[in-house]
Design a protein around this ligand. Structure first.
Ligand code: TYD
Ligand code: MG
Length: 463
């Protein structure tokens, strides 16, 4: 008789053990282990079935990619969704995942593809209400409110297989192949596996919505991220209207592209020129802000970096960063202290990237340093200047890639000068001044000239 195997699975990391314990040995989480059974079916001893092995050389698909016609979405997917692929879209609750996907489904339907939207969270009427609000009431999207994976696969296998199936969300789905409550790691993994098999079999695209856990992981543990072809995350600050679609993993495309949207009263609007949006509410003439000429994927992006350096009232000064890497901030601060004699140990330091954007490029070092120095010296930077360059531990400013594209974008948006690494000197054009600097110490000297000398400032401490 086939015995039902009982296992204990950590709901945080997915590790399986034979015995229950209060704390997971794999990830250290307390009270995260739950008992889960695996149905015995499919485990019986069965002879292997013979299958066909094909040569690598062969007929590729004619149109392997399906573009939605939403430029910001297609850019992130690498030029459209690849047939038979499965994509996981993660994001905080209320960020606009369902809104984005109903718009994507409508776009595919408009192009004559069969698009199905399955909601496990909302009733059909609610999804319809949202579509109407988005002006998509007439779109030929097929809707259902279902949570059983077997029923979904059976229904969709009937007739022409859909080119696009949206599952909102994977945490609400459940499959009979595993014996666990919906939302548990085992169910999420089992349901995802079934849906992935469905996508590969029919050649249709499946998009799974995944909720983000408290520590920022999609669909609970990493299990589903490894199973799917692409992982996208939809990000944004709750109070801001910008939404950024970012590829975190993509088997068929780049992972450094971003798509920028704006959430409006009637749905998501594409933002073809994000620099304009990110710089639209600039606080001109105040100290502590610098404009960084960055690159996101293939696209230049100008964004404001804001810094606040203030004398600390605590024993240990605070360092807080939003939108940038905190270890890079520590590095820039250390370089300023060690090579330029800028004393920051008595100051709190706050750094923020405006607009809710997250920057990963080292090229932002120079802009961050400029913003920090500007705040410290109470010296506003020239409002028509952009900054970029990587700062090395020796205090030198190192060259970065795609200089020409950065400068062109700055010029397009009305900037007239750039503070750059030495290598950018040759890129100077008429009407646009380039100030190459070899090291951060010259930046310190330049900025200090425009500010109040430290000794005469009120509130200065520890100097
Ligand atoms: P939703 O797509 O339901 O988010 P998710 O599926 O990621 O949980 O979006 C919900 C939020 O979006 C909600 O706060 C209202 C806002 N919203 C708009 O501002 N405009 C719109 O047209 C729509 C449909 C939603
Ligand atoms: Mg939703």
């Amino acid at each position: 008789m086939a015995a039902r195997a009982k296992t204990f699975v950590c709901q945080n990391c997915g590790a399986a053990t034979a015995r229950w314990s209060g704390r997971c040995d794999a990830c250290g989480e307390w009270n995260s282990i739950a008992e889960e059974g695996v149905a015995a079916s499919g485990r019986g001893s069965r002879k292997g079935r013979l299958f066909v092995i094909e040569p690598l050389k062969g007929e590729p698909l004619h149109t392997p990619r399906l573009a939605a016609g939403i430029a910001e979405f297609d850019r992130v997917t690498g030029g459209g969704l690849v047939r038979g692929s499965v994509l996981l879209l993660g994001g905080d609750p209320g960020i606009g995942k369902s809104t984005l996907l109903i718009e994507v489904a409508a776009a595919y339907a408009r192009n004559g593809h069969r698009a199905v939207y399955i909601s496990g969270e909302e009733a059909v009427a609610q999804v319809r209400l949202r579509a109407e609000r988005l002006g998509l009431g007439e779109a030929a999207v097929e809707l259902a409110a279902e949570t059983s994976v077997e029923d979904i696969v059976a229904t969709l296998s009937h007739g022409k297989a859909p080119q696009l199936t949206v599952i909102d969300s994977i945490q609400t789905m459940w499959t009979q192949t595993v014996e666990a409550a919906p939302g548990t790691v085992t169910q999420v993994r089992g349901s995802a596996a079934e849906l992935i098999r469905f996508a590969k079999r029919t050649g249709g695209v499946v998009i799974l919505v995944g909720h983000v856990t408290k520590d920022g992981q999609i669909a609970g543990p990493r299990v589903v991220e490894h199973m799917v072809d692409a992982v996208m995350s939809f990000e944004g600050e709750g109070s801001q209207h910008f939404r950024i679609l970012r590829a975190m993993k993509n088997r068929f495309g780049p992972t450094d592209e971003i798509g920028v949207f704006e959430m409006t009263g009637t749905g998501l609007r594409e933002v073809p020129n994000p620099s304009e949006l990110f710089l639209s509410e600039r606080d001109l003439g105040s100290a502590g802000t610098a404009v960084f000429a960055g690159i996101e994927g293939t696209r230049p992006l100008l964004v404001e970096i804001q810094a606040l350096v203030a004398p600390t009232s605590l024993g240990t000064p605070r360092r807080a960063v939003v939108g940038w890497d905190s270890s890079r901030l520590s590095m820039v601060l250390a370089v300023l202290e060690a090579h330029c004699g800028v004393r920051l140990s008595g100051h709190d330091v706050y750094l923020n990237v405006a607009g809710g954007l997250r920057i990963t490029e080292p090229a932002a070092d120079l802009a961050a340093a400029a913003a920090l120095l500007s705040s410290l010296a109470h010296a506003p930077l020239p409002p028509d200047a952009v900054y970029f360059g990587e700062v090395s531990l020796s205090g030198a400013v190192r060259p970065v890639g795609q200089t020409a594209a950065r400068l062109k974008e700055a010029q397009k948006l009305g900037f007239t000068k750039a503070i750059t690494p030495e290598a950018a000197r040759k890129e100077a054009t008429e009407g646009f001044a380039i100030t190459p600097i070899g090291g951060v110490s010259s930046l310190v000297a330049d900025i200090a000239q425009g500010g109040t000398p430290p000794g005469q400032r009120s509130g200065g401490r520890g100097r």
